[in-house]
Design a protein around this ligand. Sequence first.
Ligand SMILES: CC(C)(COP(=O)(O)OP(=O)(O)OC[C@H]1O[C@@H](n2cnc3c(N)ncnc32)[C@H](O)[C@@H]1OP(=O)(O)O)[C@@H](O)C(=O)NCCC(=O)NCCS
Length: 245
Amino acid sequence: MNKAYRTSITTHVNGRLYVYGYDLVDLAQETSFAKSIYLILKGNMPDKNSEKMINSMLTIAIDHGVEPPSTVAARNVYSGGSPLQAAVAAGILALGEYHGGAIETAMENFKKYLNLGTKVMLNDFNQSGKRIAGYGHKIYETDPRTQKLVSLAKKFGFLGKYVKFALSVEDVLSKGGKKLPLNIDGIFAALLLEMGFNPKVGKGFFIIARTPGLVAHIIEESLREKPFRRLTEKDVEYDGPRPRK
Ligand SMILES: CC(C)(COP(=O)(O)OP(=O)(O)OC[C@H]1O[C@@H](n2cnc3c(N)ncnc32)[C@H](O)[C@@H]1OP(=O)(O)O)[C@@H](O)C(=O)NCCC(=O)NCCS
């Protein structure tokens, strides 16, 4: 067979839809949204504890205030007069390697260095001068979301080799006296590995979790704010040439 598209996710049989073999209509009645997200990203049903873990992860990342780059981008694009879908897309485009988009890289790192050990990992990164995905935070010395997820991981049976490794790196990681905590991307990476997800899921997982927050911010922007956000001159430092002929 040589058809244009191949998929193993969803099919139609006699007018009904089946996601990985499960009747979608039955899923709508019997499963939570978190469970369905696990199913569609992984191809199998989570057990009770995996469902609870995934649900906590999706919930804890749903929003982080108006300040992060993705929220500012979404609200500003809406404020320029573009429609909601453009503003959501703008917010998602801001989820890069420094903000919400570090999970895939962190998963690859944890897989690579699990057996090589913390010392080798830190040596390699020290030599390359690159930032270690999943560590550091603008405002937290210890990320309360990470702490909560670690305690839930213990409760639900996911405090395994990847979470322990991620924490062992956090224990020794600092820069110029500043602690670089295991951040939400880092703990997501470790937990997704514990649950057997492919690293390719990483970026998408954060997008799925944060999109409801972005939509909420855009709706709030539309209901409460005037169009055309603009920085004032006092927010801007000009250091180019003075007026000249
Ligand atoms: C999240 C992040 C942007 C926050 O940065 P910040 O707290 O403002 O830190 P700064 O950019 O001021 O960096 C301070 C120093 O720490 C270093 N640093 C910060 N995060 C680092 C990391 N993860 N690994 C190694 N060094 C790091 C910087 O290189 C800088 O070093 P320098 O002073 O020698 O130039 C940063 O920690 C980072 O890039 N982390 C990796 C990406 C990541 O996990 N993103 C997800 C965030 S939830």
